[in-house]
Design a binder for this molecule. Structure first.
Ligand code: FUC
Length: 818
């Protein structure tokens, strides 16, 4: 059977990769305690987060709980918009962009809150007298167990502290041991910069009770309580005036429980103290060993699904901060594998069903007013957080995002009606835990009515990967109502009579012709987003056999959307008019949404657009903010240029040092992405990009190694997911795929695309269009090309395409043809 397993029925055994190798030990490690927050190591269970500094004399554990946000339930719509809308549109269509923007600032932008900040809970500090001098120091974050450990030797004793955040038991656990009996003596305290009181309960429990802040006229009403309960073996524990004192214990476990009064975006009537206590009492029934075992088992069910090997060099023996320093000019492909798994670790630790979606900093934040309030910026950042969730096999973890979309679809109905007189629901460029929908931060940034269109794509993507019709039916009304908003809101522009979104912006950018006024109509990204929303909602309606009349209406509007346009220097136009400046290196590359994450630009079907997108991206340049570079990794992967994608990974994995905002992105010692400052989207964007370099499934086929850089000659990845319910493992040698395993959950025709000929039982040369409906391609209009456009279409790489008939539960192995 020559390396080929045929149609083996679904069997638990095959959930594990056909060539599963044990992952090299994936860990971040350092030989110094953290001095700064961006050196500390994150642990989390979706709800509870901690940053662990690992100091021997003073261990600082900074704490978060994902509902601790300033303010209270509130809305921030500005109903004055409705009356001003016709005038704003008129000004835009007359080319009076400055005046239009001014009117939007006066009449549309929220007069109340611009969104509430996510706040820190505070710190737990453990002070060890006499531990100022230490040796043998090591601190690590184990990505196979999700445990942060620090160890050192002081006064002739070896100490070890482990910290983890348990999802099954809903507590953060600190476990301390020493190799000499009675050697653990320390004082534990808790603090928070404002609005908190710390007390002790009995002789072994610290309680921090707090309330979140008032912000922009909205009163802070979230109450929370953090409890730290000490359990010691040997020695004593006593309450002091400021905290708890442990004397001569052999071993100590601290159970940290945190909860708030938050029930939902519209209800904060819970009891924080009772809730924190209930979690604590439940967890106390288990000892540290049982908590650890259950935590590791829970974490591994997600983490172990994917393994990746890109090649190990001597660099793997270095501490992580040194690896980052050397990466750009060295040879350390394994750091990319580590970064990839760290990104998956962050999603597993920041986003769990039942909790809030990962915000701008995931769940980790030590401030009261973090940058951009650490809220949800939906003109790129929130979506980017979830780009890895399907392809890297973590689909359950996007549930909090889906839930947030459900909630903003509830709150956004009033916004659509009151601000625009439209049906359905809508969202501008920001939301927060209270699910605000109004435009914030000024018209230049905030006049973007596209949040509903972009977020809806994630609902559809989840279906595209799983084929779960029941799920599709459960989110269909959200899609339908998002579409209805645009059916009402689209307006005919005077020049071509196209239906366009107006007013809007191409996120946060303005053309050189009017650099201070971004407010306009019919931007390329808006057209692409409306195209995706309507065309994909039509498909969903057809699958669910519903809403014929609405489908007809959507089809009609779809025909009237503007086509993409190629401008005079061969670029994909960002705006309806040919205004792009080749010198513009703005961080947002919004018009390339059509290339990634969308599938509207294909080298095989639209070579002109593909070339134009490349021209635009080249002009934009590489180095930028962290998230922008993360996006560009995906874009270069979609442009099938693995070497350029790797160049971007190198730019991103460059030490961020103390760079300030505007000085370009990079990576902090703890592998957090630097906008700067820290912003987690760049981590997630880059992880998705690494996956896109190895596997793509948006363009009519399962494309194996579409953008493998020359430098990754040998490697393997297992457990990735492709649309239509396929699990994919790939091993490669000499830059060619050597073995590909496809696990089919739904059956259907699996079309495989490769740059090298493949062979395997059942594999036939591809014929005609792929009959697999999950592989239908975007049916876009022909682009309009400026007469002066200088377009040199590069020859596409030769591809080999095969069809493989699969059965549900079937496992298929394909090899390089010899
Ligand atoms: C958008 C970006 C910024 C930043 C902010 C949170 O406004 O343009 O760079 O990431 O979101």
């Amino acid at each position: 059977m020559k390396g080929f397993l045929c149609c083996l029925l679904f069997n638990l055994l095959f959930l594990v990769s056909a060539f599963a190798q044990h992952d090299v030990h994936r860990r971040l490690w350092y030989n110094e305690p953290a001095q700064q927050w961006v050196e500390a190591l994150p642990v989390g269970n979706g709800r509870l987060g901690a940053m662990v500094f690992g100091g021997p004399a003073e261990e600082v554990i900074q704490l978060n709980e994902n509902t601790v946000w300033a303010g209270r339930p509130n809305r921030n719509d500005n109903p004055e918009a409705r009356e001003a809308l016709p005038e704003v549109r008129k000004l835009i269509f007359e080319g009076k962009y400055g005046e239009a923007q001014q009117l939007v600032n006066q009449k549309f932008i929220s007069k109340t809150s611009q969104g509430m900040p996510y706040e820190t809970v505070g710190n737990l500090k453990l002070n060890f007298v006499g531990h100022e001098n230490y040796t043998n120091y090591r601190r690590e974050l184990d990505l196979e167990k999700a445990v942060a450990t620090s160890s050192y030797r002081a006064n002739g004793v070896n100490y070890k502290t482990e910290v983890f955040s348990s999802f099954p038991d809903q507590v953060i656990v600190v476990r301390m041991v020493a190799d000499k009996p009675g050697a653990l003596s320390f004082t534990a305290t808790m603090d928070r910069p404002v609005n908190a009181e710390v007390s002790t309960k009995g002789s072994d429990e610290l309680v921090l009770s707090g309330k979140t802040g008032n912000h922009e006229g909205v009163e802070g009403k979230v109450q929370f309580q953090a409890k730290a309960k000490i359990q010691n073996t040997g020695g004593t524990v006593n309450a002091t005036e400021t905290g708890l004192h442990v004397e001569q214990a052999d071993e100590v476990t601290i159970y940290i429980s945190i909860a708030s009064n938050f029930n939902s975006y519209k209800d904060i009537s819970g009891n924080a103290g009772e809730r924190a206590d209930a979690y604590l009492q439940k967890a106390l029934k288990k000892n540290a060993e049982a908590l650890y075992r259950d935590h590791v088992a829970d974490y591994r069910q997600y983490s172990d699904r994917v393994s990746i090997h890109l090649g190990e060099t001597d660099a793997v023996s270095l501490p992580t901060d040194q690896r980052i320093e050397q990466f750009k000019n060295g040879n350390d492909p394994d750091l990319v594998a580590l970064y990839f798994q760290f990104g998956r670790y962050l999603l597993i630790s920041a986003s769990r069903p039942g909790g809030q979606p990962a915000n701008l900093q995931g769940i980790w934040n030590d401030q009261l007013t973090p940058p951009w309030d650490s809220k949800y910026t939906v003109n790129i950042n929130t979506e980017m957080n979830y780009w890895p969730s399907e392809i890297t096999n973590l689909t359950e973890l996007n549930e909090p995002l889906i839930q947030m979309v459900r909630e903003v679809s509830e709150t956004g109905r009033q916004t659509a009606r009151d601000m625009y007189g439209a049906k359905g629901w809508m969202l501008h460029h920001n939301t927060d835990i209270w699910r605000i929908n109004g435009p914030v931060d000024g018209a230049f940034w905030g006049m973007w009515p596209m949040g509903g269109a972009w977020l809806s794509q994630h609902l559809l993507d989840k279906y595209a990967f799983s084929g779960d019709k029941e799920y599709l039916a459960s989110v269909y009304s959200i899609l339908k109502e998002a579409s209805k908003f645009y059916l009402d809101f689209l307006v005919k522009e005077p020049e071509h009579q196209w239906l366009v979104v107006a007013p809007s912006v191409s996120p946060e950018n303005a053309p050189a012709a009017h650099p201070r006024s971004s407010v306009t109509a019919g931007t390329t990204m808006d057209n692409q987003l409306v195209f995706d929303l309507l065309s994909r909602t039509i498909k969903a309606a057809e699958i669910l056999k519903t809403d014929e009349a609405l489908v007809a209406e959507m089809k009609e509007s779809l025909q009237k959307l503007p086509p993409m346009q190629i401008g005079k220097w061969g670029q994909l136009q960002e705006w309806m008019q040919d205004l792009d400046n080749p010198e513009d290196n703005h961080r947002h590359v919004s018009h390339l949404y059509g290339l990634y994450p969308s599938n509207q630009i294909s080298p095989y079907r639209h070579p002109k657009l593909f070339e134009a997108a490349k021209t635009s991206l080249l002009a934009r340049g590489d180095e930028s903010t962290g998230w922008s570079m993360g996006w560009k990794v995906n874009l270069w992967a979609r442009l099938l240029d693995g070497n350029h994608a790797l160049k971007l990974i190198k730019d991103q994995l460059t030490p961020a040092g103390n760079k300030a905002f505007g000085e370009g992105g990079g990576t902090y010692p703890n592998l957090f992405d630097a906008h700067p400052p820290f912003q987690i989207d760049g981590n997630f964007g880059c992880v998705a990009g690494i996956a896109e370099m190895l596997l793509q499934s948006h363009n009519g086929a399962v494309h194996i190694l579409p953008a493998l850089p020359d430098a990754w000659a040998q490697g393997s990845i297992s457990g990735l997911r492709a649309r239509g319910g396929y699990g994919v493992d790939i091993a490669w040698e000499d830059n060619k795929p050597s073995e590909v395993t496809i696990r089919s959950a739904l059956g259907g025709n699996c079309r495989i695309r490769s740059y090298y000929p493949l062979s395997g039982k059942g594999l036939k040369k591809a014929k005609g269009a792929n009959p697999n409906t999950f592989y239908e391609v975007a049916d876009i209009k022909e682009p309009l090309v400026s007469p002066g456009a200088d377009l040199k279409i590069a020859q596409a790489k030769t591809i080999y395409e095969y069809d493989l008939k699969t059965k549900p539960g079937g496992v298929y192995v394909v090899n390089l043809a010899r």
